[in-house]
Every structure is written in C-alpha cells, then in structure tokens.
Design a protein around this ligand. Sequence first.
Ligand code: HEC
Length: 118
Amino acid sequence: MKCVISCILAFCLPAMVSAADFSTGDAAKGKAIYDQICVHCHHLTDEASAVGAPGFKGVTKRRTLEWINEWISGPEAFVKKDAAAKELVKGKPIVMPTFPEMQVEQNRMDIIAFLKTL
Ligand code: HEC
C-alpha cells in the first residue's frame, strides 16, 4: 500500500504538472500576480535584480513553458531532478521560495501567459 502511494506521488503528480494546458492562461490575471508576488525580486527587463533573480524579458524563449511551470511550482523540488535548474542555482542556497499561490495550476497558467508577453 505504501508503495502504491509513493508510486502515485513519484509518477502521477509530476505527470499532472507537465500535462498543463497553457492556452487557459490569462495574461492580465498573470500581471496582477506579478505585481503582488514576483515584483519583489524580478524585473520585467532582461536585467537580473540585486538578489540574483533573472529579468523576465524573454524568459519564455530561454526556457520551455513546461520548465517554467515546474520551476514555479516548487524550485526546491525541481532543483533535485533537473540539471538546468541545478545549474541556475549553481550550488548556492535557492533564493526563490515555493509559493502557496503557485500550487494552484490556474495561477501558474496565468503568470506564464503574462511572461509570454514580455
Ligand atoms: C524572493 C525573491 C523571489 C521572488 C518573490 C520570486 N522569485 Fe523567481 N527567482 C528568484 C531567484 C533568486 C531566481 C534564480 C534562482 C535562485 O537563486 O533561486 C529565480 C528564478 C526564477 C525563474 C527562472 C528564470 C530563468 O531565467 O531561468 C523563473 C521563471 C521565476 N523565478 C519565476 C518567478 C515567478 C513567476 C515569481 C512570482 C510568482 C517569482 N519568480 C518570484 C527569486 C524570486
């Protein structure tokens, strides 16, 4: 039984994250999320901020939407399994928090729709 549960956690949850339908995102709602949460660390230009957060301009060209979706779901969990995420933090402590708001798939679709406009 324990195995069944851990198998579900190991295989089905990541699959659910990557099966996201990005077309459902609302860029205007995403901008509101940016203004509330991400603005504290990320610029909308291509310049990194003082805390080392990359600027958002062109981020959807540097990274796939699936990658961004997983990163914003939980940077700490993603760094454990993704080489590019590991490279991004380069062995230093991860600065970006895991946000409760980013556990809601629609919020992630909205912020990604906004990032696509930059
Ligand atoms: C407390 C500061 C902070 C906040 C708030 C924050 N981030 Fe970050 N973010 C970072 C830092 C710093 C990095 C670089 C990796 C690291 O050191 O954690 C990063 C990396 C990223 C990346 C990867 C960018 C790239 O070019 O590879 C994305 C995408 C991202 N953040 C999205 C978001 C979104 C969306 C929000 C708002 C919901 C957000 N972040 C809020 C600090 C923050």
